[in-house]
Design a protein around this ligand. Structure first.
Ligand code: DGL
Length: 274
């Protein structure tokens, strides 16, 4: 199985792309809905929560986990890869979404001016800036935290005048800096793609996470047969959440645009900050 982890519903956008592009594999989705949002939490807490999620997905038999959540990829991935995996699961892999998006950003830009929008934790960590500069020296990166967008998307306020007004305010600075590429560095922002695209105008390319991450996963599996052969292939998808399964089912169907038959409830020990 391939585990797909997000702090809540947003990672369903990534799962949707995986199911479309790589339908043969089995997927297990985990949303930490009881503790979402991660975007305003400290790095220590985000790491502790993400590690619990990774342990759960490994216990269920995932050979590979994708952290669909930008905030978890930003604050937890490196430590999981460098400290946790070598000791506990040297034969399994955890991948994130930041490097695929940064690579796509460098490929897309013509002027070298790239913007990134994300949660406060993602933007304050400057992880996109670091990864982009590793890939191409001299790139100019402008980050903008957009903490109001996740709740607006979760409330379904897409396309509303209030949401567009807030979007314009957030994007104004990036527009003034004449970026030619914008990375949507948060699971929820693809839902606002059309409005962001319109506000940024035709001189700016908007990079949509799910398609990019799915392409990179295909490449990764082709290049890593030692992992690929351990991922089961029956075309199934299962769902789990740390909050109310019925609520997950109802909201999840909206995010995924398909029926979710069953959702498993997972309970984590909230004291482990470890
Ligand atoms: N999934 C998070 C991300 O992509 C957004 C929601 C949250 O703050 O937990 O950054």
């Amino acid at each position: 199985m391939i585990g797909v982890f997000d702090s809540g519903f947003g990672g369903l956008t990534i799962l949707k792309a995986f199911r479309k592009d790589l339908p043969d594999y089995d997927y297990l989705y985990l949303g930490d809905n009881a503790r979402t949002p991660y975007g305003n939490k400290s790095p220590e807490v985000i790491y502790a929560y993400t590690r619990q999620a990774v342990e759960f997905l490994f216990d269920r038999g995932c050979a590979l986990i994708i952290l669909a959540c930008n905030t978890a990829s930003t604050e937890a991935l490196r430590k999981i890869q460098q400290e946790y995996l070598p000791v506990h699961h040297p034969d399994r892999r955890v991948l994130g979404v930041v490097i695929p998006l940064a690579e796509a950003g460098v490929e897309a830009t013509r002027t070298g001016r790239i913007g990134v929008i994300g949660t406060r934790a993602t933007i304050e960590s400057k992880v996109y800036e670091q990864e982009l500069l590793k890939l191409a020296e001299g790139i100019e990166v402008r980050g903008q935290a957009c903490p109001l967008l996740v709740p607006l998307v979760e409330e379904g306020w897409i396309g509303r005048p209030e949401t567009n007004m807030i979007l314009k305010k957030y994007l104004h600075r990036l527009k003034r800096k004449k970026i030619d590429t914008l990375i949507l560095g948060c699971t929820h922002y693809p839902f606002l793609y059309k409005d962001i695209n319109r506000i940024m105008g035709k001189n700016c390319r908007i990079l949509n996470g799910p398609e990019i991450v799915s392409d990179k996963l295909r490449d990764y599996l082709a290049r890593h047969p030692e992992i690929e052969t351990r991922v089961t292939r029956h075309g199934t998808v299962s769902f789990s959440t740390t909050d109310d399964p019925e609520r997950f089912r109802v909201y999840g169907e909206k995010f995924l645009h398909r029926k979710i038959p069953e959702v498993q409830r997972v309970i984590f020990d909230s004291g482990d900050q470890g």
